[in-house]
Write a protein that binds this ligand. Structure first.
Ligand SMILES: CC(C)(COP(=O)(O)OP(=O)(O)OC[C@H]1O[C@@H](n2cnc3c(N)ncnc32)[C@H](O)[C@@H]1OP(=O)(O)O)[C@@H](O)C(=O)NCCC(=O)NCCS
Length: 171
C-alpha cells in the first residue's frame, strides 16, 4: 500500500465518516460496544453530532488515515467534561487489507499528541479480551490493564479489558 496520512474530520465529513464507521461495525462486531444495527439508524444530525463536541464532551478528535484519497483507518479521541485529565480512545479500526502496516500505531500517536497538547495525564480505552491484534497493539503502545473486566455489551458473553497509559512517559 502507498503512504497514508492522518486527517482530522469535521462535521462536513459526516457522510464519509458514516461510511467508514458502519463498515467497521459490520467488519468487526465483537470489537465495539455499539452495533451496526444501532448506528445504521442514525440520522444526518446524529452523525454530525458525533463529529463535533456534544453535550458532556469537552472536546473530541475524530481522525482518519487516508491513502490515495481513500479512508483506510479510523479512530477518535474524546475528553469528557467530567474528567478533563483523561483522553479516551474510541472507534479504532483499520481496513482489513491495510492492516499490519502501522496505521493503527499512527492513529494512536496522533491521539496521544493531541491529548498531551490538551494537557491530559492519562489515556484510556477498552478492548475485547479475545481481540489479540488489538490487545497486542495497545500493550506495545504502553497501555496496561487498569480495571476489572466488563461485558462487551448487555448479555454478551465477550468481555472487555479497560486499559490505561500515562502520558508524558516514553513507551
Ligand atoms: C487492531 C487493529 C486496529 C490494528 O491495526 P493495524 O494498523 O494493523 O496495526 P499496526 O500495523 O499499527 O500494528 C501495531 C501492533 O499491533 C499488534 N498487531 C497488529 N496486528 C496484529 C495481529 N494480526 N496479530 C498480532 N498482533 C498484531 C502488533 O503488536 C503490532 O506491532 P508489530 O507490527 O511491531 O508486531 C486492526 O487489526 C483492526 O482494525 N482490527 C479490527 C477492529 C478492532 O479490533 N479495533 C480495536 C477496537 S478496541
Amino acid at each position: 500500500m502507498s503512504r497514508f496520512e492522518i486527517k482530522e474530520l469535521t462535521a462536513s465529513d459526516w457522510e464519509s465518516y458514516k461510511q467508514v464507521r458502519l463498515a467497521s461495525l459490520k467488519d468487526s462486531p465483537d470489537s465495539f460496544g455499539s452495533t451496526y444495527e444501532r448506528e445504521k439508524a442514525f440520522s444526518e444530525a446524529d452523525w454530525k453530532a458525533r463529529l463535533r463536541p456534544l453535550s458532556g464532551v469537552n472536546i473530541s478528535f475524530p481522525i482518519v488515515a487516508e491513502s490515495q484519497g481513500n479512508i483506510v483507518g479510523l479512530a477518535s479521541g474524546v475528553i469528557w467534561e467530567e474528567d478533563p485529565a483523561v483522553a479516551h480512545v474510541y472507534q479504532m479500526w483499520v481496513l482489513p487489507e491495510a492492516r499490519g502496516k502501522g496505521i493503527a500505531t499512527a492513529l494512536l500517536k496522533s491521539i496521544t499528541a493531541w491529548a498531551e497538547f490538551r494537557g491530559c495525564e492519562l489515556m484510556k480505552l477498552v478492548v475485547t479480551t479475545t481481540n489479540e491484534p488489538a490487545v497486542n497493539l495497545y500493550r506495545s503502545f504502553g497501555f496496561y490493564p487498569s480495571d476489572r473486566l466488563e461485558p462487551l455489551r448487555e448479555s454478551s458473553a465477550l468481555e472487555t479489558q479497560p486499559m490505561a497509559k500515562e502520558l508524558g512517559k516514553a513507551v
